[in-house]
Design a protein around this ligand. Sequence first.
Ligand SMILES: *Cc1c(COP(=O)(O)O)cnc(C)c1O
Length: 400
Amino acid sequence: MSVATARVEDSVHPAARWAAEELGRLSELGLRRHLEPLQSAQGAVVRIAGRELVNFCSNDYLGLAGDVRLAQAAVVGLRERGAGSGSSRLLAGDSDAHHSLEQKIAGWMNSESALLFNTGYAAASGILPALCGPGDAIFSDALNHASWVDGCRLSRATIAVYPHLDLAALDRLLRSTPGRRRLVCTEAVFSMDGDRAPLAEMVALCRRSGAALLVDEAHALGVLGPHGAGLCEELGLGGEVDLRLGTLGKALGVFGAFAATSRSVADLLINRARPLIFSTALPPAICSAAGRAVDIAADEPQLRSTLWRHVRRFGEGLSVLGIPARPDSAIFPVLLGGPDEALEAAQRLRSRGILAKAIRPPTVPPGTSRLRFSLSASHRPEHIDLALKSLAEIKRSRVR
Ligand SMILES: *Cc1c(COP(=O)(O)O)cnc(C)c1O
């Protein structure tokens, strides 16, 4: 550390000095982050630094990331189409693999159209500026994902942030905030809290005020709905929402994202969404693997039933420990407060064989640092029980 610091301070590169200053500040605040490479495939048990750990950090809700059927589909795609797509879809990077995946997704989501993006982050930061600009207004939940926050900023529309899930506040803001076009943006299942947006009420509110509704299904896809198409499917609201964002890298176990929307919005996004226009297209082989993942997510409801059995088991176990738990999704936050407490709890769980990383600001608001447990159909009941037992142990020794 001191050797590296001395070298940085002497550096002729100003950026290296700035970086060292900023990193020092982050370390003091307990907010410094580090990479930790897996030495295994993604799954319920992973190897890190030579040690097997039961993994509660992935968003691999159906356990598909390491599924050999997806890898096989990718291999076929790689053999037929090579490794790369070569350019943006608007040049020569588009392929029938992209279009057949989009058709499959539109069928699954029961939407007029689906349009692929390279990541959910790229989609969110591209969609809002494509739909809204100066003179328009975007209404955004205070806990929306960073990609929507960035999309709001890039749009240069008026941004009205409402307190998390507070529909009375949203209603007041809709009444008091004018805009040529107005759009409400929410997650279906919130990524760090695991709670659900009251979408039926939000649809009604948007109808009344003439606002469009955009729903991010990142943590609901694969998990909710009879065919795993998300919270809108579960509530029968797919047709009521202007645009649903889905990610292919979470429950679907691959990589990429999509907007499920009307034909006209999809066409506008092809013309205006900068991350789609100015970025190399997804490799066709990724589309092949994702297509297989959609089939499995839609046609194998037993994966969802297994996941939900784990959700109930973990939720009940947490309640017994006196830890507030809401089995609304596969995500369970355990709030600890400050970043140091969260880091310490994560460390103590790790020494018991559990990987549940500390989630700290700016991912979550200050004072709400936490452990975030995400469950997967690939977990076994013993994994859930080990997490509960370990939490009980660290809770007991905290009290002492
Ligand atoms: C992960 C996530 C995204 C971004 O998706 P990526 O494909 O991982 O870039 C967007 N929204 C929410 C709510 C997410 O959790």
